[in-house]
Design a protein around this ligand. Structure first.
Ligand code: SF4
Length: 388
């Protein structure tokens, strides 16, 4: 892993067996596939050994995890296995959950296990039952409310986020009103409002809502969420929060409130912070946190570790311009699969704009060495230039 990484995202599931009428994922990713428990534990063991304090389980349809595995275990079993296998893992977070697929064990763990973070992100999509039917969702408004009420009864501080779609085809003002009211009823503090409809989906063939109306409704949903978020953040003022420090000078509390840290706080550490004021005014105005701008690694991460040819010093294509060797010493040239893995793992890595070049090289070299350890000796990083 990259040194200073604060949390590990562990993809435990991919694909989806459902057919929500607005979604293109089942066409693109195929049926649901789950990673077996031993494989997931092995990956988490690596992160845990590297000092990661928080693991985040992710999946396209996370709560369907296990249905394709022998014995059809459910997600609660996987979460319990992780907690039992790694008693020193301080935080386990779950990405978006489909409420109707949450099994009783998982419900118990979310409701009562301190190391499962008290933040529930629901794949809600709508607060209107007819719209939910037209979306081919499997829950009703009442189901979502009952789920959140039962979790809040067990764990009062749990925060709730949700995906909600504004302006689904055929949605009228009354249905939109039910979207707004469920935000208030559930106290939804983060939400994503999508505009529809993707070409090729059944939703694209339904009567569409006027684009201006969709935009206006999405704005109203955002305002409703911002109000809930404001009250939630106000309630956190004065409470000591265990914050996992990130690389950008902020961190997240267990309930996923973003908190500004003291300058110099070590990324990856867990610190106790008592918030004294709200800096952001609403959930999408994060610029107010005065975070440093971050930059991404370039697409061609190979450029960061390609060794220039000692004859011609050029390294762009991995070939020797002086024709004195067959190719420049590109250490990954003969290992395309390793190169692909490195590219995949490093392409999304973000560094602070002011990050020290030597530290970046060191982090990249560490990652490359970890990936190649079974097949090659560690590589020397000889050049790095990030796109700004
Ligand atoms: S919205 Fe989620 S559950 Fe529905 S089809 Fe897409 S991935 Fe599957």
């Amino acid at each position: 892993m990259i040194s200073g990484h604060t949390r590990a995202f562990v993809a435990v599931q991919n694909g989806c067996d459902h057919a929500c009428t607005f979604c293109v994922i089942p066409q693109g990713r195929g049926p649901s596939r789950s990673r077996p428990i031993p494989e997931v534990l092995a990956e988490i063991a690596g992160h845990h050994d590297a000092g990661v304090h928080e693991a985040v389980l992710t999946g396209v349809d996370l709560t369907s995890w296990g249905a394709d595995l022998p014995g059809a275990p459910m997600l609660g079993e996987l979460v319990a296995a992780i907690l039992t296998s790694f008693p020193g893992l301080e935080r386990l977070r779950l990405s978006s959950l489909d409420g109707v697929e949450i099994d009783p064990l998982l419900l118990d763990l979310i409701g009562g296990e301190r190391r499962v973070m008290p933040y529930l992100h629901l794949s809600l999509q709508s607060g209107d039952d007819l719209t939910l039917k037209r979306m081919k969702r499997r829950h009703s408004r009442r189901d979502a409310i009952a789920l959140v009420e039962s979790l809040r009864a067990r764990r009062p501080g749990i925060a709730v986020g949700a995906d909600i779609i504004a302006g689904f085809p055929t949605e009228d003002e009354a249905a939109h009103g039910r979207n707004l009211s469920i935000i208030r009823e559930l106290g939804i503090v983060t939400a994503i409002s999508s505009l529809l409809a993707r070409p090729g989906t059944p939703a694209a063939r339904m009567p569409q809502v006027d684009v201006a109306a969709i935009k206006a409704r999405a704005a109203e949903l955002r305002v409703a969420v911002a109000k809930e978020r404001q009250s939630w953040l106000e309630a956190l003022i004065g409470q000591p929060l265990q914050v996992l420090a990130e690389r950008d000078g902020t961190g997240h509390s267990p309930e996923f409130a973003r908190v500004q840290l003291e300058p110099g706080t070590m990324p990856g550490s867990i610190v106790t912070i008592t918030p004294t004021r709200i800096i952001e005014e609403c959930w999408h105005e994060r610029r107010k946190l005065d975070r440093p701008v971050v930059r991404r690694l370039p697409q061609d991460v190979g450029a960061a570790f390609r060794k220039p040819c000692r004859h011609c010093r050029h390294d762009e294509a991995g070939r020797c311009a002086a024709r004195r060797s067959r190719r420049c010493a590109d250490p990954l040239g003969p290992r395309p699969r390793a190169a692909a893995r490195i590219r995949e793992r490093l392409a999304g890595t973000r560094f602070e704009r002011g990050a020290d070049e030597a530290a970046i090289k060191e982090a990249v070299a560490e990652e490359i060495a970890a990936i190649l350890r079974p097949v090659a000796k560690p590589l020397e990083v000889v050049a790095f230039r990030a796109r700004r």
